[in-house]
Ligand binder design. Structure first.
Ligand code: GLA
Length: 502
């Protein structure tokens, strides 16, 4: 009995000790390639099994909700509603000595290790700064660009902060000679992490990875290609670099002076400074600035589809707008974004203004060639921007064949610019179709299931009639004619992509 009491007492002591260490300040510092740092900090208070406090990062401070302590483990949620809809993120963590290992998005999520800084009781959470509300903007005239969906390459999916001047030159060299340029890929786009601060006159500076942006643009142009860049309407980009807040016109002029042909403009920290209802006006500000910059610059909006960006993207001068959060190199991510989240968006896209389901992951290694063919087929049916996201300096023949299949690219680039609709769905089997400028139809017979299945496309669903010749765009083969319907055995996660011609 005495032993049991001692054990219970010891357990209580351990629990109290854990609770005491949990209360206090914990920080995680991310080192960036340019030597700067970015901090996430947690102020916690453990009271029995109740956990309270707040999280602070470059987006500001948010209270933790549903916080719970279990032994040395914690779980809580952070709810963001700064984009007009509530987005909840789950956090789960455990204390291990002076470390707090935190999983983001539940126990299976990405993790970060926070260090114990102090055991002080949390001070009051900093009040959020008052946000700017802009009046509705006047419509920004069309810049005449992107009559067909933009095609090119972007550094982010494969290289993130490792993008450099040298890499961009090497990718441009590769594109000019490996068949990518011939297939229609022209933009070489630098994503986030090129920025430094500003000089005394407020001019945006490049960091040491990009010693001379004008010289780089000249080099890319000398290859017969175009060059793109990235910024945010907020004070900081998503990776915490300098944004264009309060420098929109100046930055647009700088891009023009460098010879930049494409801007991806990513909402990110704009959330901290603008009321989200101002989002269209915030984008219009840069849309006008680009128009007045003196150089044609394609304007690509990146605000993850919040506030139904597709319904106002064109009016702010956008040539394309992201419709979802970030893609990752997995079947789950690609198929969810491509099939589930695009099905209702076809009315909003057309020549000069395109829905953007995010950049290609083809060739990055997380999917099979069959799945990458599905990715490329679906994006082409969707009239999506085709921005390769892999390392174009070394591409296997299989992947090059997927990226440069001219019959498939012709669907994406069709002059009519009509995005495909999902014309039938039977469980995992889906048929998507779009009319083409020459009176033909492009039709994708997709199998999202895990075993081979027969998929049938019916002329009545597609809106086609008469006798149609069937051309298989991956097999590069003619499959005779069809009148009422066409069926094909489609591999798991695969596609049969056909063109139906009179
Ligand atoms: C956001 C965008 C990505 C990429 C990163 C860069 O997450 O959606 O496509 O540009 O920012 O920080």
């Amino acid at each position: 009995m005495k032993n049991l009491l001692v054990a219970v007492f010891a357990l209580l002591l351990v629990h109290a000790a854990v609770a005491a260490t949990l209360t206090g300040h914990w920080t995680y510092t991310a080192q960036r390639s340019d030597g700067q740092t970015r901090e996430t900090s947690l102020w916690l208070k453990a009271d029995g099994d109740l956990l309270t406090g707040y999280l602070t990062n470059n987006q500001g401070s948010l209270p933790i909700v549903h916080g719970k302590v279990t032994g040395n483990s914690i779980a809580f949620e952070i709810v963001r509603d700064d984009l007009g809809e509530e987005r909840k993120t789950e956090y789960a963590g455990a204390v291990n000595g002076d470390d707090l290992v935190l999983h983001i998005g539940g126990a299976e999520g990405r993790s970060m290790t926070l260090k114990h800084v102090s055991s002080d009781t949390p001070p009051a959470m900093p009040a959020p700064a008052a946000k700017i509300s802009l009046p509705p903007a006047k419509e920004v005239p069309y810049n005449g660009l992107a009559k067909t969906p933009p095609m090119g390459w972007n550094s982010w999916n494969k290289f993130q902060s490792k993008v450099t001047d040298k890499l961009v030159r090497e990718v441009a060299d590769a594109m000019a000679t490996n068949g990518m340029k011939d297939a229609g890929y022209v933009y070489v786009n630098i994503d986030d992490t090129w920025e430094a601060g500003r000089d005394a006159a407020g001019n945006i500076q490049t960091n040491e990875k990009f010693p001379d942006m004008k010289a780089l643009a000249d080099y890319v142009h000398s290859k017969g290609l175009k060059i793109g860049i990235y910024s945010s309407p907020g004070p900081k980009t998503c990776a915490g670099y300098e944004g264009s807040f309060k420098h929109e016109e100046q930055d647009a002029k700088t891009y023009a002076a460098w010879g930049i042909d494409y801007l991806k403009y990513d909402w990110c920290s704009a959330t901290q400074v603008y009321d989200y209802h101002s989002m269209p006006a915030v984008y219009a500000k840069m849309g006008s600035a680009l128009l007045d910059s003196g150089h044609p610059i394609l304007f690509s909006l990146c605000q993850y589809g919040v506030l139904k960006g597709w319904s106002w993207g064109q009016s702010v001068g956008g040539n394309a707008w992201r419709t979802t959060g970030d893609i990752s190199d997995s079947w789950k991510s690609m198929s969810h974004i491509g099939f589930d989240l695009q099905a209702d968006l076809y009315p909003y896209s057309g020549p000069g203004h395109w829905n953007d389901p995010d950049m290609l992951e083809v060739g990055n290694g997380g999917m099979s060639d069959t799945e990458y063919r599905t990715h490329m087929s679906l994006w082409s049916l969707l009239a999506a921007p085709l921005l390769a996201g892999n390392d174009l300096r070394s591409v296997s023949p299989n992947i090059m064949e997927i990226l440069t299949n001219k019959e498939v690219i012709a669907i994406d680039q069709d002059a009519l610019g009509k995005q495909a609709r999902r014309v039938s769905k039977d469980g995992d089997l889906e048929v998507w179709a779009r009319p083409l400028s020459d009176g033909a139809y492009a039709v994708g017979l997709f199998n999202r299931g895990t075993s081979e299945a027969k998929v049938t496309a019916r002329a009545s669903d597609i809106g086609a009639s008469g006798t149609l010749h069937v051309r298989d765009l991956w097999a590069h083969a003619d499959h005779g004619t069809m009148s009422d319907q066409f069926s094909a055995d489609v591999p798991a996660h695969g596609v049969v992509l056909i063109k139906l011609e009179h």
